[in-house]
Design a binder for this molecule. Structure first.
Ligand SMILES: [Zn+2]
Length: 326
């Protein structure tokens, strides 16, 4: 997709547009940023713009070259990643790449390679790649994607231009989800849960999330300090491994955030499908207790992140929640 369609990285795109216009792009870039934030899309947009003969500072999007890039079948773009059963990108893969880049491009002005994740080069493959970086055959464009540029050898880093990508804002994710045809309510919900990553948003299935909300609400309604088994059952059934528990806490936090909105008279909330339940809870709690609830959830989230025992942390949280809701 052309730069014009990239959402959420306006500053990065602006810099690329300027450098394309002035003919001053680098031959090697490191795109550093969290998974699912749009590094690969932006890399493809850069290649598309550099390959398009109609382009001034962005791809036209409609010429044969642009359509091939968009369809992922342009013969002059190489994708380099570890082979399916391997951890690292092998030295043999890098030699193949080097040989290939040395050949004349089929139709583009130059060849291009996207390497992901670039930090999966072991020392010998990294050293072999250094040669390619020093003298890219045929003026090839090399784009290295990584979540953390510090994982790359200093000698590689120093030969590339570093471009940093921030996590996507929830507004950007919501915009993209809606553009993909998702309804407003689901897009609002998923964009809040996605932690700045479209990949994460895609993994969170809307329907499964709604079901999970129902189960969660059911447990919250039964929590009682008089029947301690309700608390243990809730931790047992709602918790999971650390990652699943953090997800659960994020959902709870989104409930609490909505409740804070509702109790301060703002009707704009994320979890619209359970609005009556949230309104019911708000009518029983004052703002102070709602804020306390949010603080308890946040504190639990922090301790789970710090490696606390997940089950104990949830028991503790649900005891506090039961007390607050009583
Ligand atoms: Zn074009």
């Amino acid at each position: 997709m052309p730069f014009a369609d990239i959402i959420g990285h306006e500053r990065v795109v602006e810099i690329f547009r300027k450098s394309i216009k002035s003919g001053k792009t680098s031959h090697a870039y490191i795109f550093e940023g969290p998974a699912g934030c749009g590094r690969r899309k932006t890399a493809m947009a850069l290649i598309q713009a550099l390959f398009c003969r109609q382009a001034e500072d962005d791809a036209c999007g409609v010429c044969p070259s642009c359509r091939k890039v968009a369809g992922n079948n342009h013969g002059d773009i190489h994708f380099l990643e570890p082979l399916p059963d391997k951890r690292d990108i092998s030295i043999a893969q890098l030699r193949d790449l080097q040989r290939d880049l040395a050949l004349r491009p089929y139709e583009a002005p130059r060849k291009a390679c996207i390497m992901e994740p670039a930090d999966r080069m072991n020392l010998s493959s990294a050293n072999s790649f250094l040669k390619t970086l020093e003298e890219p055959p045929g003026n090839a464009l090399l784009i290295l994607l990584t979540e953390n540029a510090d994982m790359l050898l200093q000698t590689i880093r120093s030969r590339c231009q570093l471009v940093r990508f921030a996590p996507l804002s929830s507004e950007s994710i919501m915009l993209m989800l809606k553009r993909n045809g998702m309804d407003e309510a689901s897009a609002a919900l998923l964009s809040q849960m996605a932690n700045g990553s479209m990949q994460r948003a895609a993994e969170l299935d809307g329907e499964a999330l709604a079901q999970r909300h129902e189960v969660l609400i059911k447990h919250l309604a039964t929590l009682s300090l008089d029947r301690i088994s309700t608390i243990f059952t809730a931790s047992e059934e709602l918790g999971g491994n650390r990652e699943e528990t953090l997800e659960l806490l994020d959902i709870l936090l989104s409930f609490a955030r909505d409740m804070i909105h509702l109790s301060s008279g703002c009707s704009d909330i994320i979890n619209t499908t359970i609005r009556p339940t949230l309104e019911g809870l708000v009518s029983r709690l004052n703002l102070e207790r709602t804020l306390q609830l949010a603080e308890d959830i946040l504190e639990t989230r922090r301790s789970v992140q710090r490696n606390a025992n997940v089950k104990l942390a949830l028991d503790h949280l649900f005891i506090r929640v039961a007390g607050t809701l009583a």
